[in-house]
Design a protein around this ligand. Structure first.
Ligand code: GRF
Length: 227
């Protein structure tokens, strides 16, 4: 297992994968070692193949041994769920404890859990009357969207938002947040335990809102410029 070799699990178009690839190309120091999907038609697989990155279908998403073997075959040390819509077997979350991260399109713990994905999330946010939503990066454990929060980036909800307009704004925050957090974890600048952030710092872009979970010595946001 090489921490700087990132395995990406995705079920959809892969825009988060694209943002991660662009970021890693710019900053170096870590790489996407493979892209795996539970769907043979996932656009994320096409994005990988177009860049010569090993891409494969997860034939048995519930088979933890098989998934660990697929990741180990590429010496993966850090796992990123970039729009992966299946439950990750406990064998995998335990094997990669502190090194498996998901991006969720809402400010967890609100608007998360089983069935809370895609448009369902943004429709629920709008129905709640919330005036702020955002992106969350969190550690993955055996339940959907429950692991310790590592970073968040809030975005405003506009009065005339639809689920699609809100989704587009949150997706921009995801693309801005997930890659630097993944890079920091993969390169050891952000140390995570199974219980969350245990140390290190994130490069905080100017006037950005990063609210880092847990340890008190981590910087907290003071102001936000929304994407
Ligand atoms: C993103 O909204 C992400 O938060 C959610 O699934 C979506 C994936 O989009 N988990 P893409 O496939 O990365 O474009």
């Amino acid at each position: 297992m090489t921490p700087t070799r990132i395995g990406v699990l995705a079920s959809g178009g892969g825009s988060n994968l694209g943002a991660l690839l662009a970021h890693l190309e710019a900053v170096g120091g870590a790489q996407v070692a493979c892209v795996l999907s539970n769907r043979a038609d996932a656009g994320a697989l096409d994005r990988a193949r177009a860049r010569g990155i090993p891409a494969a279908v997860i034939t048995e998403p519930g088979d933890g041994d098989a998934l660990v073997a697929q990741l180990a075959a590429h010496q993966v040390g850090t796992v990123a769920l970039a729009g992966y819509l299946r439950m990750v077997p406990a064998l995998v979350t335990r094997r990669f404890a502190g090194r498996i991260l998901n991006v969720h399109p809402a400010l967890l713990p609100a608007f998360g859990g089983h069935g809370m994905y895609g448009r369902h999330v943004h429709a629920a946010v709008l129905a709640s009357g919330a005036t702020v939503s955002g992106a969350t990066v969190h550690l993955v454990d055996e339940a959907y969207d429950r692991g310790p929060i590592v970073a968040q980036w809030p975005v405003p909800v506009a009065p005339d938002d639809t689920p699609d307009t809100l989704a587009a704004r949150v997706l921009r925050a995801e693309h801005a947040l997930f890659p630097p957090v993944l890079h920091a974890v993969a390169t050891g600048r952000l140390a995570l335990g199974a219980d969350g952030v245990v140390g290190g710092r994130l490069p905080l872009p100017d006037a950005s809102a990063f609210i880092l979970g847990t340890s008190a010595d981590l910087p907290c946001a003071v102001r936000a410029r929304f994407p």
